[in-house]
Design a protein around this ligand. Structure first.
Ligand code: SF4
Length: 200
């Protein structure tokens, strides 16, 4: 087929115009369809937050309507993740709300723990206790364990003043300053097994 330069532009131009017309008509159908839906995030307020799962510290946007969490997604303005979230972070919404498998309604996560829990010696059940009681019980056990396991000198008579009976594992959300304070507190008790849980 012989095509002049002018004929070539005419033919390809017509094909391009036809494909654009098709694109636009299919898009306008899609847009018309979508505009008839209720947008998920309409009338929500956005709050920034930090992912709770690892020390990466990715930023998230939490959309809330009437005090209810509607959506969690990566914060595109956050310097760490620029909008991305790993599968754990992307599932953060489920810490608070889950989809009921029967009704397909979004409901509060029934497995969410909202207060300190204790499993008493000999019991197979966990029970809720208040924060004051929890802190008191933990402090008592720390003191008792330290007193029972404290070592002043090693086998060679060298002063060591430590306890091998306890360890400290920091959470992934603690920042450097908090870890510093935890380290000081634990060292003052004589702990030597101290670590934090970044990206475990
Ligand atoms: S768990 Fe994933 S989303 Fe959360 S801070 Fe770590 S890398 Fe980021």
């Amino acid at each position: 087929m012989n095509l002049s330069r002018r004929g070539f532009f005419k033919a390809t131009g017509a094909a391009f115009a036809a494909s654009m017309a098709f694109e636009l008509s299919s898009q306008s159908e899609a847009l018309a369809f979508e505009s008839g839906q209720d947008w998920k995030l309409v009338n929500t307020e956005e709050y920034t937050n930090i992912c709770c799962y690892c020390a990466g510290g990715c930023g998230s946007l939490c959309s809330v309507r009437n005090g209810e969490l509607i959506n969690v997604e990566g914060d595109p303005d956050h310097p760490v993740n620029e909008g991305g979230l790993c599968p754990k972070g992307a599932a953060m919404f489920q810490l608070r709300n889950v989809v009921d498998p029967e009704t397909r309604e979004v409901v509060k996560n029934p497995g969410r723990v909202t207060s300190p829990m204790v499993r008493r010696p000999g019991s197979s059940e966990w029970e809720k206790i208040g924060w004051a009681d929890a802190i008191k019980a933990i402090a008592r056990k720390v003191k008792d364990t330290r007193d029972a396991t404290f070592v002043e000198t090693d086998d060679g008579g060298l002063t060591v003043n430590h306890t091998p009976g306890m360890a400290s594992l920091g959470g992934s959300q603690q920042n450097s300053e908090e870890e510093y304070l935890i380290l000081k507190a634990m060292r003052s008790l004589g702990l030597i097994a101290i670590d934090n849980q970044a990206r475990v």
